[in-house]
Structures are given as C-alpha cells and as structure tokens.
Write a protein that binds this ligand. Structure first.
Ligand code: SAM
Length: 213
C-alpha cells in the first residue's frame, strides 16, 4: 500500500519536464512562483523525484518553488523527512541521479540538501475537505497510485477537491492505472507528446468569447 520508488512512470515524468515545466515557466514568468503537490507521497520518492527534475530543468532560477508532499500515514512521512533510502528505491532510476543527488553512507543513500530544501511534508487525509482546501492553489498535483485505494464516492470527492485546488490551466497527474472516467468531467484530457494528462480548463473571459464569435 505504501509502495513507491524514484522516477516512477517515466513517460509522465518526461511530459512534466519537457512540456509542463516550460509551459509554466512561460505562463508564470511574472509571478515566478511554482507550487506542486505530491498527494499520497508515501516515503518521499515522488516529491524528491519532482524536485530533481526541476533542478535538472534548470530554468527556474530565482523562482519561489514549493513542493508539498502529503500522506495520511505518519510513519511514511517520518521516513520521507529523513530522506535516507535503500537501493530498492532506485530500481528504475538512472545511476546519474543517484550519483548527483545522494550521498552514500553505509549502504544507504542520503538525499542532498539541494533537493531536500525544495520539499516539505505534512500529514493530511485526502478525504478531509477542510485540510485539503487549506493546501491552497497548486500549479500541478501529482496523485499517483492513491485513488486505486478509494471507492467511487471517495474518488469523486477527491477529484472535485483537486479541481478547486488547481489554478486554471493547472495539471492533475494520476497513476497510469488510474483515470477520471465516470468520476469527473470537469477536467480536460490533454495529449502531450509523452503522455496524457488532466488539465483544469482556463475559463474564457467575456472579451475572448466576443472575439471568437
Ligand atoms: C502506493 S502509495 C503511492 C506513492 C506515490 N504516489 C507513488 O505513486 O509512488 C499510496 C499512498 O497513499 C496514501 N494514502 C492512502 N489513503 C490516503 C488518504 N485518504 N489520504 C492521504 N493519503 C492516503 C498511503 O498512505 C500511501 O502512502
């Protein structure tokens, strides 16, 4: 149930690095603020992967970057905050990342401060609407391999809350075995080069509606 590893679902991560990040860089070039939520982050491999990808992207210097990892389970969050991993967590990661962003100590791998400082963790039940609302507006929400544990009503509730938590044009990235089919019609399914992702539509203003007539 807490199964996770670094660089899980590579196609989706490629879409994030190659298409979503450059788009955000353009659309938020005035504000220079990026907020990403890894909802159901388990022991932290997912939010730390996101942080490494942002560092590799390298074109958000001077930006205010927050990556928030949350989970319902305090035990996994303690491990996430510690940031010490065994080889098994790197089963699909290129050696490059392990060498660049971890320090090897007694057969374990300690996440570097450069990565760690971009990520914070909190305990949160995704079915608690008040706490979820309190997370504020996000540019991207990763919620991968979590909805599979919920029944239909709970999935719907969580998807609706994520919709409210996203900025217009913001992205929701689910696990590849998960979809919003029969759950929500509020999101647009966007075909990126490497993967399909959900996006909160941008509302058309009165002015642009007139223009398209
Ligand atoms: C299989 S792990 C997925 C980890 C990571 N997202 C990934 O894809 O590698 C699922 C995580 O969801 C968390 N979870 C399950 N129900 C939850 C809930 N109601 N609220 C928050 N987290 C929950 C579990 O504690 C677990 O750590």
């Amino acid at each position: 149930m807490n199964e996770t590893f670094f660089f899980r679902e590579q196609n989706q991560l490629k879409a994030f690095s190659d298409e979503i990040l450059p788009e955000i860089r353009e659309t938020k070039k005035e504000k220079k603020r990026l907020r990403i939520w890894s909802a159901g982050c388990s022991t932290g491999e997912e939010p730390y992967t996101i942080a490494m990808l942002i560092l590799e992207y390298g074109r958000l210097q001077g930006w205010d970057i927050d990556i928030l990892g949350s989970d319902i389970n305090q035990r996994v969050l303690t491990a996430a905050r510690r940031g010490v991993y065994r080889k098994n967590s790197f089963r699909t990661a290129e050696q490059y990342f392990r060498q660049k962003y971890f320090i090897e100590e007694d057969g374990s791998f300690v996440i570097s401060e450069d990565v760690k400082r971009l990520v914070s963790f909190s305990c949160l039940n995704l079915l608690d609407p008040f706490k979820v609302k309190f997370m504020g507006q996000m540019d991207v929400i990763f919620c991968r391999n979590v909805l599979i544990y919920f029944d239909h009503a709970a999935r719907k509730k969580v998807a609706d809350n994520f919709f409210d938590n996203l900025v217009e044009g913001g992205y929701l990235l689910l696990g590849h075995a998960e979809s919003l089919m029969n759950i929500s019609t509020s999101f647009a399914l966007k075909h990126l080069k490497s993967d399909m992702v959900y996006q909160k539509p941008v509302r058309q203003g009165v002015f642009s509606k007139c223009e398209t007539r």
